[in-house]
Design a protein around this ligand. Structure first.
Ligand code: G3P
Ligand code: MG
Length: 244
């Protein structure tokens, strides 16, 4: 099966990361999936942003967990990238789910944020996935494996992937022990044998974040389930040249 192309934070090479325009442009590029990051606000709403503070990707500042979502919505999430995108707002996760449910794009939701908020974040996320009936289209990942364990305890149907910096001592056993369906790890050092070993055990492996054409091609050749890239057009071009 072809390696899927996931747009990392949307089409973030050309558009401001984690905004609706970055997601829509990824759709126009014909990606298979989109990866985004979520954080919990002070008023317990899930918003789409990578960092725990507003400083880098908005014209505001401070911790998201100390800021009300109504204030966050008044900020520009695009001006830092280019004035052309000044009207982009920080999306609510709900808004993205409402858009993506009418597409065939897979959604990788990465739980970020302060570990003190993990229980609330997980329960809010699950409530949203249930209300949009989107579990078949979504894979949830996080470096915070405690959050993933909470999600697994609460729900057996949503797909979960352990997010790691690399392969583990025994990745397959770790995934099986925690009833996680796959791993999302940095691409370096991952071999065709690693991919085959996991696939024989019906476990998925998706690799981040790849913006080099030759590496993209090699990861398609080893049969990874998906590669995450900031530049989906480059990745689609590379995949067209893959042997698989
Ligand atoms: O989910 C893969 C990747 O997004 C993890 O790193 O920092 O880009 O969220 P980061
Ligand atoms: Mg991420």
């Amino acid at each position: 099966m072809n390696t899927k192309i996931y747009a990392h934070r949307g089409f973030s090479a050309k558009y401001p990361e984690n905004t609706m325009i970055a997601f829509r442009k990824a759709q126009e590029a014909h990606v298979d999936g989109i990866e985004l990051d979520i954080q919990l606000t002070q008023d317990e709403k899930l918003i789409v942003m990578h960092d725990e503070t507003l400083d880098r990707t908005t014209n505001g500042n401070g911790l998201i967990r100390h800021t009300n979502s109504s204030l966050i919505r008044q900020l520009s999430a695009g001006a830092w990238f280019d004035q052309d995108f000044v009207s982009e707002q920080v999306p609510f996760l709900e808004e993205v789910l409402d858009w993506i449910k009418d597409t065939d794009i897979e959604l990788n939701i990465e739980i970020k944020g302060d570990p003190r908020d993990r229980e609330k974040a997980v329960s809010q996320l699950l409530a949203l996935l249930n209300s949009f009936d989107l579990k078949d289209q979504v894979v949830v990942s996080s470096f915070d494996h405690m959050a993933l364990k909470l999600l697994r305890e609460a729900d057996l149907n949503v797909e979960i992937a352990a997010l790691t910096l690399g392969m583990l001592a025994d990745t397959s056993q770790y995934l099986a022990t925690h009833q996680f369906e796959g791993i999302h790890c940095h691409y370096s050092g991952v071999t065709e044998e690693d991919v085959q070993f996991l696939h024989e055990r019906k476990q998925a492996i998706r690799l981040y974040t790849v913006n080099d054409q030759d590496i993209l091609l090699s990861l398609c050749d080893i049969g990874a389930d998906a590669v995450m890239t900031d530049d989906p057009l480059l990745a689609l071009f590379a995949r067209n040249h893959s042997q698989k």
